[in-house]
Design a protein around this ligand. Structure first.
Ligand code: 13P
Length: 251
């Protein structure tokens, strides 16, 4: 069966010392034989501290929130997948809607970043999802179809097997407005269907598809009970150890 994953995206929050306290608090509260992989994605500057805390566990992994498309070079301010890999990073969020909005990243660039990350042994968590106006005009399937085709259809089957997808409707991110379990399930099923058609049933059935967007302890259980929802990408609630652990325990 496919992996269940709960990933916390800390975004631009938590200094290294704050991050070390938070991740210690999270790991202390978790029982060890959980059937869920946990991924913590701190800002770059907190990765080292977080990675040290989780080194002893086999089920908590360190992730990053982005990486550059090149492995090195004259790119002031950027961080490469090779650098992240050496720090113990095993997952990287790519194509997050905040990167698309504030840094004008598009799926053509994200497609290249995905290949770069996989080449360094880092599993991409590829984010897709429609904006509010696209949902209101019933274009959500077209939008997500285009995103997935552009970002993922150029991968080889081996590369695709390394990808995790996160469906994050932009209107649900940080707004307190969650997609209903029905809306999320419908989109996850659609995405899995697309992957099955392009890469085959075996790869599609092993693909973990996470839901993101105002996922909280109150709604996580119902979302995670849907057949095509394999976990969550959690923003705000991942900054609170109790809330994040409750979400993990919703499985
Ligand atoms: P929130 O959980 O704060 O809505 O953020 C979701 C998100 O963007 C995770 O990547």
């Amino acid at each position: 069966m496919r992996k269940k994953i709960v990933a916390g995206n800390w975004k631009m929050n938590m200094t290294p010392s704050q991050g070390a306290i938070l991740v210690t608090d999270i790991t202390r509260q978790l029982v060890k034989d959980l059937d869920v992989q946990i991924v913590i994605c701190p800002p770059y500057t907190s990765i080292d501290r977080v990675a040290r805390v989780i080194r002893e566990t086999k089920w908590v992994f360190c992730g990053a929130q982005d990486c550059h498309v090149q492995l090195s070079g004259a790119f002031t301010g950027d961080i490469s997948a090779a650098m992240l890999q050496e720090m113990g990073v095993r997952y990287v969020i790519l194509g997050h809607s905040e990167r698309r909005k504030y840094y004008h990243e598009d799926d053509i660039l994200v497609a290249e970043k995905i290949k770069t990350a996989i080449g360094e042994g880092i599993r991409p968590i590829y984010c897709c999802g429609e904006e509010l106006q696209e949902r209101e005009t019933n274009q959500q399937f077209e939008v997500v179809e285009m995103q997935i085709e552009t970002a993922l259809f150029g991968l080889s089957p081996e590369q695709m097997s390394e990808v995790v997808i996160a469906y994050e409707p932009v209107w649900a991110i940080g707004t307190g407005k969650t997609a209903t379990p029905g809306q999320a399930q419908e989109m996850h099923e659609f995405i899995r269907g697309m992957i099955a058609e392009k890469f085959g049933d075996d790869i599609a059935s092993k693909l973990s598809i996470l839901y993101g967007g105002s996922c909280k302890p109150e709604n996580a259980h119902e979302l995670f009970s849907q057949p095509d929802i394999d976990g969550g990408l959690i923003g705000g609630a991942s900054l609170d150890a109790d809330a994040f652990v409750k979400i993990i325990q919703s499985f």
